[in-house]
Ligand binder design. Structure first.
Ligand SMILES: Nc1ncnc2c1ncn2[C@@H]1O[C@H](COP(=O)(O)OP(=O)(O)OP(=O)(O)O)[C@@H](O)[C@H]1O
Length: 463
């Protein structure tokens, strides 16, 4: 996100002697290729947070939101495009090649798929020993000894030294990956979906192993996961990511029982409820996340947010009509992101039908059944016309001017207890009702005192 999103001071947990990693406005963009006109993929788009010594910070969010990229950037397997990552106070994004080689001992990664991360032509001993060889640690004899101890540590046997990965089960292969990760005695480990590829019965064993190792060696983890129940079990705090941004970060139980951000509400509502009679505010998210090459302006979640703020002049509009208006933007966004083939472009130029259909058809489908207020009707037709004549980007810009609200126009700030209290409406609504502690931050305009908070709006919705 842009520089005005988050002031680093407001998003940090209070500084303690135990802060290990401070991340400041970190961005990782993948450069575009000519097919897309060089527009970069904004995989991580300005995140600010800390990781405390010895904690497990969970990182959750839908596929493609940037979790792996963020994890890889933290240990410099990916180069940051902007921002800082300070390890024990030192910015590691500016290290020279040699310095980075030395520093890498401190931070390692466990990968999701033990099959593809282990070289099938090397013995287990060679695989686990490789980092020691690369960093020339100890004599060959000492290295062999160290590997045998590591095999013990992760619950394998010393005789496994001369065997090959294919002779092991998935769980055992993940143990081999973990032993290799531990070889250089790192302080910090990124665990990228470490149990997702494993049978459910084996998952608990590996989770227990990771917890034991953390206690034994005082490790600090970033735990990337899809499975929220595993996250709830193992993490001290959780960060929720959407489209390259952190939407909410807070202590695990607090975030699960009292989420603040509409996106966290949506993610949690997707977890199957064991008790079918239990009351739960179900939220169905429409559409797919926007293309990270073309993130929306304002709040990253604005295009799908179930409680996005309406502009004041449309506050009385029929909610069903408003839903259709929001869908019009989705259609424009889809058309913008679709990769139109040259042939389709030519057909379109020649006035022939393409799989995209015309905007007029779309407008008829969306709004045909409504008796539109004149101003709304005029604007919708103008937007459709712009899409046809100047393209979807121009139409979306017009949409934003007419139907956009603060959610589409401004980056929300993180709101902490003190900030919300400063808004001066204690009594009417206290910050504590949405964000219950100083270490809990959420990124939503609705946390401002002038708007209804996300939970209240979700509860009041007709779902
Ligand atoms: N090497 C790359 N080059 C270009 N784009 C990339 C590259 N790696 C990832 N991306 C894109 O960056 C975005 C973030 O991807 P990333 O893998 O970090 O997400 P994720 O949340 O870890 O997803 P998943 O849960 O599926 O692993 C995606 O749009 C992805 O397509």
């Amino acid at each position: 996100m842009s520089q005005n999103v988050v002031s680093s001071d407001s998003t940090r947990t209070p500084q303690t002697a135990e802060t290990m990693i401070e991340v400041d406005e970190l961005k990782t963009y993948y450069e575009g290729n000519s097919l897309f006109g060089g527009t970069p993929v904004k995989a991580v788009d300005g995140v600010t947070f800390d990781i405390q010594q010895g904690e497990t910070l969970g990182l959750v969010g839908e596929s493609g939101c940037g979790k792996t990229t963020l994890g890889r950037t933290l240990i410099q397997l990916e180069e940051a495009t902007g921002g800082e990552i300070r390890f024990d106070g030192k910015d590691i994004t500016t290290l020279s090649r040699d310095e980075l080689h030395q520093w890498r001992k401190n931070a390692q990664m466990v990968f999701q798929d033990p099959d593809s991360s282990l070289n099938d032509r090397m013995t287990i001993g060679e695989i686990v020993r490789e980092p020691l060889d690369v960093h020339e640690i100890g004599t060959p004899r000492e290295r062999r000894q160290k590997v045998k101890e590591l095999l013990d540590t992760v619950g394998l046997q010393r005789e496994h030294y001369f065997r090959y990965p294919h002779q092991f089960s998935g769980g055992q292969r993940q143990r081999i990956g973990i032993a290799r990760t531990l070889a250089l005695e790192p302080d910090f480990i990124v665990l990228d979906e470490p149990v997702s590829a494993l049978d459910v019965s084996v998952q608990a064993e590996i989770i227990n192993l990771l917890e034991d190792l953390q206690e034994e060696f005082g490790l600090t983890y970033l735990f990337i996961a899809h499975d929220l129940s595993v996250v709830r079990h193992i993490c001290d705090r959780v960060a929720v990511m959407y489209l390259g941004n952190i939407m909410e970060i807070g202590p695990t139980e607090e975030l699960f029982t009292d989420p603040a951000n509409p996106y966290t509400h949506s993610l949690l509502s997707a977890i199957p409820e064991p008790d079918p009679t239990a009351e739960r505010d179900r939220i169905t998210l429409h559409g797919t996340p926007p293309n990270p090459r073309y993130p929306p302006s304002g709040c990253p979640f604005s295009t799908r947010c179930p409680v996005a703020i309406k502009p004041e002049e449309f506050s009385d509009l029929d909610p069903n009509l408003w839903t259709r208006i929001v869908q019009l933007r989705e259609v424009l966004g889809e058309r913008l992101r679709a990769d139109r083939s040259v042939r389709e472009r030519i057909r379109e130029r020649l006035g022939k039908e393409t799989r995209f259909g015309t905007m007029e058809e779309t407008v008829n489908e969306l709004f045909g059944e409504f008796d539109l207020p004149t101003d709304v009707e005029t604007e919708i037709h103008q937007i459709a016309h712009l899409a046809q004549s100047d393209g979807e980007a121009a139409a979306l810009e017009r949409y934003g001017t007419v139907f956009g609200s603060i959610c589409d126009q401004q980056d929300p700030h993180f709101v902490e207890e003190e900030d919300a209290a400063d808004e001066g409406t204690q009594g009417e609504r206290t910050a504590g009702s949405e964000i219950s502690g100083p270490n809990h931050q959420s990124y939503c305009h609705r946390h401002k005192a002038e708007f209804d908070d996300p939970e209240a709006v979700i509860k009041a919705r007709d779902v």
